[in-house]
Each structure stands twice: as structure tokens, then as C-alpha cells.
Design a protein around this ligand. Structure first.
Ligand SMILES: *Cc1c(COP(=O)(O)O)cnc(C)c1O
Length: 362
């Protein structure tokens, strides 16, 4: 059986151990004689899965008791609608503020503008989003119902190393491409959301972590299945949820716990990213596309000084099982997405290949 090192941005590689476990118990879950995808979302067995997932999330991410954990349909982008629907009315002025650090932030800001007033308080668009702009709380309209940031910018390879202090205005963070890759103080956030398909499981669902007091402000037109309060009251089972995705995520969380938890994973992620960045910085053949002090440890974006060699670079990489290294078209170049499931051996294999490609092309 062939398994490549998959550097795709999402859906992304998951730990092999997780997939093997899912495969081994796929036909017969816990001696039920039925698959986990064939049993009721109201069964005791599924109840155990979702409870276990909650428990592991609380433990791994350090989620305090005054936060709810929700499993919400539609992936990350659906939350670009759900967040304003649920909390833009926290202040009757119905304003939402955004820091534009990439396409996902821009999209979220436009979507919120359909439900109220969307205000972009800072942006790094002037340099094609290759850095995180300065922000301080004086830039924030105190009538803002929330400030939305994208903590890790998947396309551009930047991240917020420190999170902004927003005072009484709740901070909403799209953490799709980094949740559980770094230690967080959850109390800094009003809402965290993450589509599962980058670091947590299969596509199509979003994990939402929300401070309880923010469940009380949904606009009257909010669809029931986008209303966070409905999710909170019915343990995300107001209708048939994506039981398979929740099951897969619970396996990913078990795996993460077995690996030693988030702090351990963060050290490993830093080591993985440094391996690649240090190599890029030591070479004139490659260069990083994000400003060094704002670099992501999940999505490493880079290019070749001789840009016309990129096609060959990507093709030859695939031929040695280094898969999906093409950068997003808005940045060009290459991108190595190295989420939790990417072993350090994969990053080493990439660096070895890059060194070899440099030797044979300079
Ligand atoms: C991938 C990604 C999204 C989009 O996720 P979907 O589940 O496809 O909607 C949104 N935000 C960020 C930061 C992402 O990386």
C-alpha cells in the first residue's frame, strides 16, 4: 500500500493510526454487527462518542466550563454566516469588526455585511497579506458586537503569534488551519471556530467553542440549524449530525492525547516548521513569501528564485511521494501544509528533496 507525505492544505492528511483504527472497526463497531455510520445519532454508542469528544476537547484545549462545544453543519465558511447571525446583535448597533489578513477574513467580512455593518479596522492587503497588521484596541469601535480575526492564514502562511486585547468586545477567531496545534488561553476568546478538515478530521463540519453569554443574541431570522443556542441546548443533535465526522474527530483527539497533548504537539510543530524555514533562509535558491516574524507553523509558503522552475519542482516532488505542494493561486509558488498529522520525517524528506533539486538546478 502506498502512503505519500501529503502537504495539501485541506482536506489534509490525518494520522495513519487514526485511519487504521477507523478501518479496523468500520464494519463492526464495538461488536454491534453494524458500522458506526449505520447506527442512530441517538444511540448509546454514539452518545459515548460525542461525550468522549467533548471531554477530550476540554482536556486538550483547556476549555473552561462557561464555554459550549458545538458541532455545526457546513464547515468553516458556514460560520462566516452563523457568527454574525448569532452575535452581531449583541450590541443593537449591529456592527462587526474585522482584521483583514487574507481571503478568508475578506470573505467573512463581506458575509457579515449582509446582516449588519461590517467594518475593516486593519488590513495587510497592501502587501498581498504577507504579514499581520498592527492592531490595538483603540482602533476598535466600542459598539462592535465582536472583532473577527483569522488566527492562521492558510493561503498566505502567516499567523497571529499573540492575540489582540479587545477589552469587552468579544474576540472571534477562525482557527480552521491551526486549532489544537498550539497552546491557547481560551478565556481570550468569545468564539473559536474551525472547519474539521485541516487539523481535526473530515470536511463538512465545524467545531465551534463559544462563551455561554454569547448564545443569547441570535437575530430572529437565524435558521434553526445555524442557531448556536439550538446546538448548545440539543448537544448538536437537533437533526441528524455528521456522525462519521464526529467519530473521526474523536479518534484524532485520542491520538493527540496519546502523542502527549497540545503542548508537546506545539513543540513538534515548531521543530517541523523551523526545519523548513531554516533551510529556505540558508538558501538563495528558495525564499519565504511571508514576513519572517509573522510566519505560520502550519502552512509554510515559499517560492523559487527562478520562478520558471516551479513546475518542474512540483512534478519532481510528486514523483518522490511529496504530494500537493502547489501554492494557492493568490500567492503562487509552493506551500507545505504541515498540520499535526505530518511527521517530522515528512518535513525532513521535503528539505532533502529541496536541497537535491537545488543542487541539480543551479
Ligand atoms: C480552509 C479554511 C476555511 C474554509 O473551510 P470550509 O470548511 O471549506 O468552509 C475557512 N477559514 C480558514 C482559515 C481556512 O483555512
Amino acid at each position: 500500500m502506498k502512503r505519500v507525505y501529503n502537504f495539501g492544505a485541506g482536506p489534509a492528511m490525518l494520522p495513519t493510526e487514526v485511519m487504521e483504527k477507523a478501518q479496523a472497526e468500520f464494519l463492526d463497531y464495538q461488536e454491534l454487527g453494524a458500522s458506526v455510520i449505520e447506527i442512530s445519532h441517538r444511540s448509546k454508542e454514539f452518545d459515548d462518542i460525542i461525550n468522549r469528544s467533548d471531554e477530550l476537547l476540554k482536556e486538550l484545549a483547556g476549555i473552561p466550563d462557561n464555554y459550549k462545544i458545538l458541532y455545526v453543519h457546513g464547515g468553516a465558511q458556514m460560520q462566516f454566516s452563523a457568527v454574525p447571525l448569532n452575535i452581531i446583535n449583541r450590541n443593537p448597533a449591529q456592527k462587526a469588526s474585522f482584521v483583514l489578513t487574507g481571503n478568508w477574513a475578506v470573505k467573512a467580512s463581506k458575509e457579515a455585511g449582509r446582516y449588519g455593518t461590517s467594518m475593516n479596522v486593519a488590513s495587510s492587503e497592501d502587501k498581498n497579506f504577507n504579514y499581520i497588521p498592527e492592531f490595538d484596541s483603540s482602533m476598535l469601535d466600542p459598539e462592535s458586537s465582536y472583532l473577527h480575526i483569522v488566527s492562521n492564514n492558510t493561503l498566505f502562511g502567516t499567523r497571529w503569534h499573540d492575540f489582540p486585547d479587545t477589552g469587552d468586545v468579544p474576540l472571534v477567531a477562525d482557527m480552521t488551519s491551526e486549532f489544537l496545534s498550539r497552546k491557547l488561553n481560551i478565556n481570550q476568546f468569545g468564539v473559536i471556530f474551525a472547519g474539521l478538515q485541516k487539523n481535526l478530521g473530515p470536511a463538512g463540519l465545524a467545531l465551534v467553542i463559544i462563551r455561554e453569554d454569547l448564545l443569547e443574541h441570535a437575530l430572529p431570522l437565524t435558521p434553526g440549524l445555524l442557531n448556536y443556542k439550538v446546538y448548545a441546548e440539543q448537544h448538536s443533535l437537533a437533526n441528524t449530525n455528521n456522525t462519521f465526522a464526529i467519530y473521526m474527530m474523536s479518534l484524532v483527539l485520542e491520538w493527540l492525547k496519546d502523542q502527549g497533548g497540545v503542548e508537546k504537539m506545539e513543540h513538534q510543530n515548531e521543530a517541523k516548521a523551523s526545519l523548513i524555514y531554516d533551510f529556505i533562509d540558508s538558501s538563495d535558491f528558495y525564499y519565504g513569501t511571508a514576513q519572517a516574524n509573522h510566519r505560520s507553523i502550519m502552512n509554510v509558503t515559499f517560492n523559487l528564485a527562478k520562478g520558471d522552475l516551479l513546475g518542474d519542482f512540483l512534478k519532481q516532488a510528486e514523483s518522490v511521494d511529496l504530494y500537493a505542494l502547489k501554492g494557492h493561486r493568490v500567492v503562487g509558488g509552493a506551500r507545505a501544509s504541515i498540520y499535526n498529522a505530518m511527521p517530522i520525517a515528512g518535513c525532513q524528506a521535503l528539505v532533502d528533496f529541496m536541497a537535491e533539486f537545488e543542487r541539480s538546478n543551479s
